[in-house]
Design a protein around this ligand. Structure first.
Ligand SMILES: C[S@@+](CC[C@H](N)C(=O)[O-])C[C@H]1O[C@@H](n2cnc3c(N)ncnc32)[C@H](O)[C@@H]1O
Ligand code: SF4
Ligand code: SF4
Length: 365
């Protein structure tokens, strides 16, 4: 029997939950997974948000209330954030495209005490922004951020920090350093740069990982610019001279990643808007741990399949994962596979996987 290192869930908070209240988005960014995959249409009802408040949120220590969709267009967004705050989750954040960050919404977020407002921009000029973030208006988003800053100044004491995001690609790399200066002007508390996760073979052309010298030199400029403006700037670690290529052999056996797993080390769960619960966003084509609207969260966490998955993963054997991806701190950026979305590297797409195979992915035996 494998020893369970972290063990069962008692009556205390320790879980990091990443979720979306609905599957939708109002714009169409070129790099988004939505360009190649239609997420199943789902939106949580108010009754389901009540269930989260009573049965799930009491165990959550950190909550990302939006990960894969756009939160600020949703009719149930306010109820979701209020439920999280009422249940006493110590840390809440959202990630948004900023198009619907109206003055009234800014006031709501500040009043509710959202901890981090993450806004994705990916550019420092109108032209590049509107090319990448198709359907969004630069003037609107930048105007919204300026209004958020004013509202925040009128709102002391407030606990909401502003974090700006920039996904690095060939098409916007020349604007990355300027983005730090723009962020300072907009009142950002932190600025984060991340690698592109390659969602289709076409996107491989946009990635900077195949030009490590250029990428590492850019990282160095970004670190220096961060020091200049005095804002914490998150920049990925340098990558090696040659990223180890993905061998394009799609076997039919169960993928197993050998190495670190943030999901196990930090007690992650990833919740889809239909209630299906997974240990990580990279495992959503496997069988879920269960559904939070059908089974109490504590029972799902304590279930044998979840406990076995986590204890194996803590020992460096991550059953069902092809390789740790670059959204996790345990990913190894020197491997191309860390930068490739799972759909490009494994045959385990829904619909082509046998029941027997899915059983394997859950039990790992
Ligand atoms: C999918 S979005 C959902 C939240 C919100 N709609 C937004 O854009 O911020 C979450 C984050 O993923 C980033 N993102 C989108 N496509 C990406 C890709 N291919 N590689 C890396 N990050 C990506 C977005 O820029 C955003 O910061
Ligand atoms: S706004 Fe976010 S969810 Fe919507 S398309 Fe862009 S990256 Fe994807
Ligand atoms: S991508 Fe795989 S290894 Fe990385 S956190 Fe997720 S499950 Fe763990």
């Amino acid at each position: 029997m494998i020893p369970i290192k972290k063990g069962l869930l008692g009556n205390h908070r320790r879980i990091v939950m990443m979720m979306d209240l609905a599957s939708t988005c109002d714009i169409d960014c070129r790099q988004c997974f939505r360009t190649v995959e239609d997420p199943e249409n789902a939106r949580m009802s108010l009754g389901q948000i009540d269930t989260l408040e009573c049965e799930v949120f009491p165990y959550i220590n950190q909550l990302a209330l939006s990960c894969s969709g756009e939160p600020l267009t949703l009719r149930n967004f306010r109820e979701g954030l209020q439920a999280a705050k009422r249940s006493g989750i110590p840390f809440t954040r959202i990630q948004t495209n900023g198009t619907h960050l109206s003055e009234e919404m800014s006031e709501f977020l500040l009043t509710e005490g959202l901890d981090v407002l993450g806004v994705s921009i990916d550019a420092s000029t109108k032209e590049t922004f509107e090319y990448i973030r198709r359907g969004a208006s630069w003037d609107t988003v930048i105007g919204n951020l300026r209004a958020f800053r004013r509202a925040r100044e009128q709102h002391p004491p407030h606990g909401t920090s502003l974090s700006l995001n920039f996904t690095l690609m060939k098409g916007n790399a020349d604007e990355a350093v300027d983005f730090i200066h723009l962020g300072a002007e907009l009142g950002a508390d932190t600025i984060s740069f991340s690698h592109l996760l390659i969602e289709s073979w076409e996107m491989r052309e946009w990635s900077l990982i195949y030009e490590p010298e250029r990428l590492n030199s850019l990282f160095s400029d970004l670190r220096n610019a961060g020091l200049e403006v005095g804002i914490p700037v998150g920049v990925p670690e340098n990558i090696s001279e040659r990223v180890i290529p993905f061998e394009r052999v799609l076997g039919t056996s169960l993928p197993i990643h050998s190495g670190g797993c943030s999901a196990a080390e930090e007690d992650w769960v990833f919740l889809l808007p239909n209630g299906d619960l997974f240990p990580c966003a990279n495992l959503t084509n496997l069988k879920p741990i269960g559904n939070v609207f059908e089974t109490p969260f504590k029972d799902l966490w304590n279930s044998e399949s979840n406990q076995v998955f986590r204890s194996e993963a803590l020992q460096g054997c991550v059953v069902g994962c092809d390789r740790c991806k670059n959204f996790a701190s345990t990913a190894d950026p020197d491997y191309e596979q860390s930068h490739l979305a799972r759909r490009l590297t494994t045959p385990t797409l829904p619909g082509i996987v046998s029941e027997e195979f899915l059983e394997l992915c859950v039990t790992g035996t």
